[in-house]
Write a protein that binds this ligand. Sequence first.
Ligand code: GLC
Length: 549
Amino acid sequence: MSITPWWRSAVVYEAYIRSFADGNGDGLGDIPGLRSRLPYLADVGVDAIWITPWYPSPMADAGYDVADYRSIDPRFGTLAEARALLTDAHDLGIRVLLDIVPNHTSDQHPWFVAAVRAGRGSPERARYLFREGRGRGGSRPPNNWVSVFGGSAWTRVRERDGKPGEWYLHLFAPEQPDLDWSQPDVRTDFETTLRFWFDLGLDGFRIDVAHSLIKAGGLPDIPADMQDGVSGRPAGHPHWDRDEVHDLYRRWRSIGNSYDEPRIFVAEAWVDEPERLARYVRRDELHTAFNFEFLQTAWLAPPLRNTIERTLTEHARVGAPPTWVLSNHDVVRSVSRYAREQTGDRMIFLENLLGKPADATLGLRRARAAALLMLALPGGAYIYQGEELGLQEVEDLPTEALTDPTWERSGRTRRGRDGCRVPLPWDGDRPPYGFGAGPGHPWLPQPDTWAEHTVAAQRDQPDSTLSLYREALRIRHLHPALGDGSLRWLPAPDGALAFAREPRFRCYVNVSAAPLALPVKSTVLLASGPLDAARMLPPDTAVWVDQAA
Ligand code: GLC
């Protein structure tokens, strides 16, 4: 009998370490804090956690600027504490994934420091993408590529003689120089890093910007019709989603497979087409890839169904399970997204939301329904910390509190991602809500309206969002129809989604403005909101039912 591998149906919880729990009271989340809250995660019922970067870092991009890939930043803890965390998590039946950031290092990484110092044409510079500028005296950047955070993707260094010299590429902040993945020692060094953590007991990696590592030879300008976004559409973009990147991941898969208990990967690859995404999870490549298409789909039945269908079809073609996501540390929280009118316009960053009227109650109702939809779909799912508490985006952080490089790099026009990164509220009725022991202020200020959202306030409330997630995960573990597999669409009126998963499981989601009648012969397993007496499913509500075929 074959056993389905755990990752095909895993519910993974994103622990954004800076904001999860602060063990030493300095205002920044850390390993001891996370470790002390593992029983909470076991109680919620997650299968695994993904921990965001804990490596030594100058924190120019909240730790996604890594100065040493095989060590831990003292602000987060020690290697011994990391080991203890792995042991405790495994004892609780929770697997652990870690972020790896291979596209770029920190500008404080010894390789980059040496590259700047070593000068033009040196082997040290060859690990990065240094080029001469264009125009008189090389005073203009080598090409027209732009940083995801705003501005040019090139910064010029001063050479040893004190004169302006070559430029280096950074698709993100200047403190995050891009590596040149055609260099063999870049490849072998990352393979050593993978093994280092796997040998310590780590179960897998989340690969940061997995679709950007390979750049087109000659670093040509980006054509005018390819200049929007981070997704590389249409195919052929000079630095997003290039075909050659897949060779790297075949190699990484073989490293993961070399362990008795195979280690796994999940790709962060912002590609628009489900067909392009599925290429990352072909049988000899990565195991899973976040399906960001789902997160970007409006709360409207036709596009939701379309996204689900296309995702299922393309993943089935390569034999991989889809991985559903509603939120993460880079996008606005789903409650706030759904609180706005759903027009189909892009709504993933705070700047897409500001100025649009919000109905928070409606947003929460939809987010709860979306959670039941997501957790009923075939494959795995990711929950971003705080999603299970129904947290909203903090849209009004004082500008002096903002830390995301996007804020400064956009000339203070885009506030960036801090609003979804505010530290978690655990208990109490005022900040810091049990986030940290002691006097340290959380690194981002928490709203004074979060008392009702704390874990303590929701834990024993049967209708709380925390209880909904916990119950959904409990049913998901027990029910043979859920997790990996397939679905069958059922007839449903306009504005509703209905599907069956065998044996006996049905999910109905009412995305319309009118109540929806449920089949008479069915038993409700779980609903995202109250049903009315006549067993009608109200708008923006989802229900799981048990029903004979
Ligand atoms: C990924 C991370 C994001 C980071 C970026 C650069 O998108 O999720 O937080 O800023 O990569 O490393």
